[in-house]
Ligand binder design. Structure first.
Ligand SMILES: [Zn+2]
Length: 280
């Protein structure tokens, strides 16, 4: 057993913060070979019910989000889409939870805390956006967290959504500051990698079914994506400032196409992740 593995073995029982599932599995494998069943049992069609997907419909209550020219409220349209995704994932065998299932206001930090408390495998935040004065811009895009936005449009969208500059600080109890920092860095790095893999799966899946924004994989300082423990992505489904996108979002058929695309992306993400676990 090498030093890193011994270090993790000695400390892993002291962790109090939820960690990405693959880290649990990876640590367990390092501690005891064959502790998990082999991966053949884990395919998108045979899903471990512990793999929880938290779906986060943006805004709600006193926060309407963007409002389309046709008076479509983002908070309503994303709740419908999120519910559709919830049912699609449930039908496929996943366990799901929603940060809100009614027209209620939920603070952004509470959404992050909810996903961490329930040890989600993945957080998917569902939104629609709008750029005032640019009705020509349309299409879906997918975001991961970054303190440095990938481009000016990403920065503007994050500002209009829910940008924050102050980040939460998850902590590990009962271990030294040095060990805590190493664990924190490990967790942060791997959560980022898993988020980027989820973003790619989501962009690929959406692109097969709906119009996409140019350069649809972007990053920005979204408060709801700030967890260091839970892989998180934010899907901007379409632009309410574009008449064609707004008209599409009004239809259950389009929202269903979105939700099935997102469900396929979750399948692809678990498949990629399982493949990576097999090779640890
Ligand atoms: Zn939004």
């Amino acid at each position: 057993m090498d030093v890193t593995r011994r270090f993790l073995c000695n400390l892993c029982t002291k962790l109090t913060l939820s960690m990405p599932l693959w880290m649990h599995a990876g640590i367990a494998r390092a501690m005891q070979k064959n502790v998990h069943p082999t991966s053949a049992a884990m395919s998108p069609r045979n899903i471990d019910p512990s793999h929880l997907i938290v779906i986060d419909p943006g805004h709600g209550g006193r926060d309407p989000g963007c409002i389309g020219a046709g008076q479509v409220f983002e908070k309503d349209i994303v709740l419908d889409t999120a519910r559709d995704l919830h049912y699609a994932l449930r039908r496929a065998g996943y366990r799901t939870m929603m940060t809100r299932d009614s027209d209620t206001f939920v603070p952004l930090q509470d959404r992050v805390d909810f996903a961490e408390r329930h040890r989600a495998a993945l957080l998917i935040s569902v939104h629609a956006n709008a750029i005032i004065g640019r009705p020509d811009i349309r299409g879906a895009s997918v975001y991961t967290f970054s303190p440095t936005p990938s481009d000016p449009l990403a920065a503007e969208i994050a500002r209009s959504e829910n940008s924050v500059e102050v980040l939460s600080n998850p902590f590990f109890k009962g271990i030294s500051p040095e060990a805590r920092q190493i664990l924190f860095d490990l967790m942060d790095r791997n959560t980022k990698i898993e988020s980027i893999v989820a973003q790619k799966a989501m962009v690929d899946s959406l692109a097969r079914n709906v119009d996409m924004l140019a350069n649809p994989a972007r990053r920005a300082t979204f408060a709801v994506l700030q967890s260091k423990a839970i892989p998180s992505i934010l899907v901007e489904t379409a632009f309410l400032s574009n008449p064609a996108d707004e008209a599409a979002l009004r239809t259950p058929a389009f929202r269903h196409r979105l939700s099935l695309s997102m469900k396929d992306a979750v399948d692809a993400w678990f498949e990629t992740r399982q493949h990576a676990l097999d090779n640890i």
